[in-house]
Structures are given as structure tokens and as C-alpha cells.
Design a protein around this ligand. Structure first.
Ligand SMILES: NC(=O)c1ccc[n+]([C@@H]2O[C@H](COP(=O)([O-])OP(=O)(O)OC[C@H]3O[C@@H](n4cnc5c(N)ncnc54)[C@H](OP(=O)(O)O)[C@@H]3O)[C@@H](O)[C@H]2O)c1
Length: 272
């Protein structure tokens, strides 16, 4: 029986992944910031619910120790916890800027570092990081989120070389728009109407975004990401990247196969 350790398991992609692996007989360590609010997972035998905030090193260490004590061995770490930011960089506070990286980048790196001694002592392991199509392509007003996910991409690629020497595989998931709480409670906005100079730009951008979000095909269900994570964990291949969703496939393909200036102009025009 294999074990997966998941961060950000309270909702969305993390939650769907807990269910997907548990239904297939895996032990699942479902970590979250507020485990006292969890009512469903605590009733499932092979799911262990633990407190973990990726910004708090002590909660990482405690959760890991408890998980190893309960299941003996962890086979896969899924770094999923994360949130988004949207707004004008001139308006973002230093705290908002740093926190985007504290959670999406440093939290992921700290979690990974904490897990590696266990993987090394097992002489095997797998690290699956949730990036985003936003780790490959960019949209206006999401500079902090995109730069955090570009960092996750670079970290994952580079660390894969040294971890291969320890029989630890690294995989990266790049979902497109997924129907979760991400655009709601997991999105921090910083726009400021007082900055008149940006007004035409932000009004046009937010209008286009609103139109896009109304389209029924805008977002895929989180279960398709869970299914892809399961495939990544079990397919036995050395495939590194898994792109999820038609929007992500189309945009990444377009970026990789179009002249860069032309591509950036297309995106700018799309949102203006
Ligand atoms: N939805 C999309 O369109 C989309 C697309 C591409 C990539 N992604 C990525 O997918 C991942 C999951 O997002 P989602 O779409 O499933 O959104 P979600 O439903 O809002 O889930 C986000 C999860 O991250 C957790 N989290 C936030 N900060 C945390 C922290 N400091 N420590 C531990 N957990 C923390 C949240 O926990 P709480 O319940 O405690 O807030 C929640 O469980 C993120 O990395 C996101 O960037 C999402």
C-alpha cells in the first residue's frame, strides 16, 4: 500500500486528489491549515488529516513525523498549497509581494527539503509539484503569481537532476483554469482606482476577464487534475511535465510555436 502526502488538501485540487488516491487504495496524508474544520476525511480509514501551514516550519516537521509514524513510509509528496494574486504591481505592498513567494515558492521548497531525508533513507520517492499553465504563459496583472510559478518550474527542473541521483523522481503538473476556490477565496486583489493612469487598462482587462469567466467551457473540474496527478504517480515513466486542460495545452502550444513578439501582442490585444 502506497502513501501520498498532500499540502493544501482542504479544497479544490488538493481535496479532489485526496479522494482520487484514497478511492484507489492509497494511504493519504491530507494536510491543511485548519484540520479542525474537516468533517469528511476524518471518517475515511486510509486518510490521515494533519495540520500543516507551509509558512510554518514547525507544522511541516510535526506533520511529517506524525505521517511517518502512522504509515511508516511516504512514497509521493504533492506540493499543492498555493494561492493567486491579481493587481497592479505599483499598488502591491511589500507584505503582499513577499507572501506570494512565501507560500507558493519558499513553502514548497521548505516542504520538499523536509521530505528529502525520508525519501533518501527509503532510497526512492517522488515529488510532484503543482505549477500552472501560468508557469509557462502569462496574463496581465498577475505578475507576482506568474513569477512564483515560473520559480516553481525552475526549481523543479533543476532539482530533478540531483534527486535523480537518489532515485527520487520529480514531476510537474501544469493545470489550465480549474473550477475551484482559486479565483475566489484563494485570490488576493490589489487594484486602486486612485491610479487614474491605469484606469483604461484595468477597466478593459477586468471586462475581458469577466467575459471569459462567463463562458461555460472556461474551467475544467479539479477531478481531471487529480486523475493526471494519479497518472504521474503511477505511470512508471520519466515524463516530467503534465499539462492539464485544453486551454493550457492550446496556450502553451501557441507560445512555444509562435514568434515571441507576435505572441505577446496577441495576449495584450486579447485583454484590451
Ligand atoms: N484553480 C486553478 O485555476 C489553478 C490553475 C493552475 C494551478 N493551480 C494551483 O493549484 C493549487 C491548488 O489551488 P486550487 O485551485 O485547488 O485552489 P483552492 O481550492 O483555493 O485551494 C488552495 C489550497 O491551498 C491552501 N493553502 C493556501 N495557503 C496555504 C498555506 N500557507 N499553507 C498550507 N496550505 C495553504 C488552501 O488552504 P486553506 O483552506 O487553509 O485556505 C487550500 O487548501 C495552487 O498551487 C494553485 O496555484 C490552480
Amino acid at each position: 500500500m502506497k502513501t501520498i502526502f498532500i499540502t493544501g488538501a482542504s479544497s479544490g485540487i488538493g481535496r479532489a486528489t485526496v479522494n482520487h488516491f484514497a478511492e484507489r487504495g492509497w494511504n493519504v496524508v491530507a494536510t491543511m491549515r485548519s484540520p479542525e474544520q474537516e468533517t469528511e476525511f476524518i471518517t475515511i480509514d486510509n486518510v490521515l488529516v494533519l495540520r500543516l501551514d507551509v509558512e510554518k516550519e514547525d507544522t511541516i516537521q510535526t506533520a511529517l513525523a506524525e505521517a511517518i509514524q502512522r504509515f511508516g513510509k511516504i512514497d509521493v509528496l504533492l506540493n499543492n498549497a498555493g494561492y493567486g494574486t491579481m493587481g497592479l504591481i505599483e499598488v502591491a505592498t511589500d507584505e503582499q509581494i513577499r507572501r506570494q513567494f512565501e507560500v507558493n515558492v519558499f513553502g514548497l521548497i521548505h516542504m520538499t527539503k523536509a521530505m528529502l531525508p525520508h525519501f533518501r533513507s527509503n532510497q526512492e520517492g517522488m515529488l510532484i509539484n503543482i505549477s500552472s499553465m501560468g508557469g509557462k504563459v502569462t496574463f496581465p496583472t498577475m505578475s507576482l503569481y506568474h513569477s512564483s510559478k515560473f520559480a516553481v518550474e525552475g526549481f523543479s527542473e533543476s532539482v530533478s537532476y540531483e534527486l535523480a541521483s537518489q532515485n527520487i523522481k520529480v514531476k510537474l503538473i501544469e493545470p489550465g483554469a480549474i473550477n475551484t476556490d482559486f479565483g475566489g477565496r484563494s485570490m488576493e486583489f490589489f487594484f486602486n482606482d486612485a491610479l487614474e493612469d491605469y484606469k483604461p487598462f484595468t477597466t478593459a482587462f477586468l471586462g475581458k476577464l469577466g467575459e471569459m469567466e462567463k463562458q461555460p467551457s472556461y474551467a475544467s473540474p479539479p477531478e481531471i487534475v487529480a486523475e493526471t496527478i494519479y497518472q504521474a504517480a503511477t505511470d512508471g515513466t520519466s515524463q516530467f511535465r503534465y499539462v492539464v486542460g485544453e486551454d493550457a495545452k492550446m496556450l502553451i502550444h501557441m507560445k512555444e510555436n509562435t514568434n515571441e513578439e507576435e505572441y505577446l501582442t496577441n495576449i495584450a490585444q486579447h485583454f484590451s
